[in-house]
Design a protein around this ligand. Structure first.
Ligand SMILES: Cc1cc2nc3c(=O)[nH]c(=O)nc-3n(C[C@H](O)[C@H](O)[C@H](O)COP(=O)(O)O)c2cc1C
Length: 161
């Protein structure tokens, strides 16, 4: 199916478990802008993902748009759960640093070429995923925002665009 609906741009969602003081990241290809006014952004997160419970509780997340250069980071973040590893270690391995978000209690990635700070206004049960609808409270892009993006085709197939 993803060969028909894709390729899709790969982003990294960052989120924070405030009680346990744990930061987590998840690679996501199912995401889209949903509205201009208000500016709404949707992400589909599998119910089994560690990030799903975190975002349900924290009611916020940050969408990190990345360049194709971060392909291996996206794969590493997207193939292991934060339940079994602190993903800060993966970020450190790729020399990516965390920066506090401006308007939500969360962090973003310093190498993101653009990012959206989102407050969850609605969560919709969508089969095996939850569609989190976020109100974008802050949007910013870096000078590198015209860099090539990483697109997911299917399985371990990617292309740059
Ligand atoms: C290219 C790529 C795209 C992915 N897209 C999604 C997605 O849209 N939604 C989702 O829930 N998981 C997606 N995943 C899987 C999660 O990133 C993966 O299960 C991750 O380990 C979950 O981490 P967590 O348990 O710490 O939340 C994707 C993985 C990759 C590699």
């Amino acid at each position: 199916m993803s060969e028909i609906t894709g390729p899709r741009q790969v982003v990294i969602i960052t989120c924070r478990n405030k009680n346990k003081k744990i930061d987590n990241s998840i690679t996501v290809a199912w995401h889209t802008q949903l509205s201009f006014k208000p500016f709404l952004y949707g992400i589909a997160i599998g119910k089994t993902r560690y990030s799903c419970g975190i975002i349900k509780a924290s009611k916020c997340f940050c969408v990190n748009f990345i360049s194709a250069k971060l392909k291996q980071l996206a794969i590493d973040i997207g193939t292991i759960s934060g339940r079994s590893i602190n993903k800060d270690k993966i970020l450190a391995k790729h020399n990516v640093k965390k920066i506090e978000c401006k308007y939500i209690d969360c962090f973003r990635l310093d190498k993101a070429i653009a990012w959206l700070e989102c407050e969850v206004i609605k969560q919709i049960d969508a089969g095996d995923h939850i569609l989190f609808i976020g109100k974008v409270v802050h949007m910013q892009q870096s000078q590198a925002s015209k860099a090539k993006r990483l697109m997911h085709i299917t399985g371990d197939l990617f292309k740059e665009c």
